[in-house]
Design a protein around this ligand. Structure first.
Ligand code: PLP
Length: 224
């Protein structure tokens, strides 16, 4: 099937039609992205800084670029002038650097804090205690060039739907708890980024506001 058919059947299965679809275009060429763009998609997700820079330069300027990978502090400066949302912020150090580069670029950059919800060892993110410490820290209060708009999480890669559902439910409950706290004005908690090609339906049932989907739109990726 082509991108058009894939997008249509994907949207048909959305449990929450207001959930934002972030089309994960990593490894796919600019032409492929343009095809989705022409079908109305404006939000694209990438996980490599250099690849993102090249695509951003080549493609329409009204695309909202989402950074969904693990962002290294020394690379923030390359994407700060244009990035729309950084999904995977998992340290105060990274957040502070984003703030610094955002100020240089004369912008406020939207960020999601990545929370570790999976049972696997390899996934990045803050645990609940680290999240608590970060949001309550003195240092975070003075970061006026970032806006923390929500949380992001990845479930365990498994066929066990109960595990996945439990993990997403956990992220939603962490989010709800966080919302009851008194936070500074650089917090505006409204997004939960959870759900990929294999688990977006469960994620939406559990309260996702944005899903990051690649394979179900563009097909399998080929890594070179
Ligand atoms: C690649 C990637 C996705 C998309 O995965 P698919 O299974 O292709 O939908 C979503 N989120 C992150 C963080 C990714 O790296």
């Amino acid at each position: 099937m082509g991108i058009k058919e894939n997008l249509l059947s994907l949207k048909n299965t959305f449990v929450n039609p207001h959930c934002l679809l972030v089309a994960v275009s990593k490894t796919h060429p600019a032409d492929t992205i343009l095809e989705a763009y022409e079908l109305g998609v404006r939000d694209f997700g990438e996980n490599k800084v250099q690849e993102l820079e090249e695509k951003q330069a080549a493609l329409p300027k009204d695309i909202r670029w989402h950074f969904i990978g693990h962002l290294q502090t020394n690379k923030v400066k390359y994407i700060a002038p244009f990035i729309y949302l950084i999904h995977g912020v998992d340290s105060l150090k990274l957040l502070t650097e984003i703030n610094k580069q955002a100020e240089k670029a004369g912008r406020v950059i939207n960020c999601l804090l990545q929370v570790y919800i999976a049972k696997e060892e390899s996934k990045f993110g803050l645990d609940e205690k680290e999240l608590e410490e970060l949001v309550q820290s003195e240092a975070v209060k003075s970061l006026s060039h970032v806006k923390i708009v929500g949380l992001m999480g990845m479930a365990t890669f498994t066929d066990n739907e109960n595990t996945v559902r439990e993990e997403f439910r956990n992220l939603k409950s962490i989010f709800d708890k966080l919302k009851t706290k008194k936070l500074t004005s650089n917090f505006d908690l409204r997004e939960i980024s959870m759900g990929m090609s294999g688990d977006y339906i469960i994620a939406q049932e559990e309260g996702s506001t944005m899903v990051r989907i690649g394979t179900a739109i563009f097909g399998e990726r080929e890594y070179k």
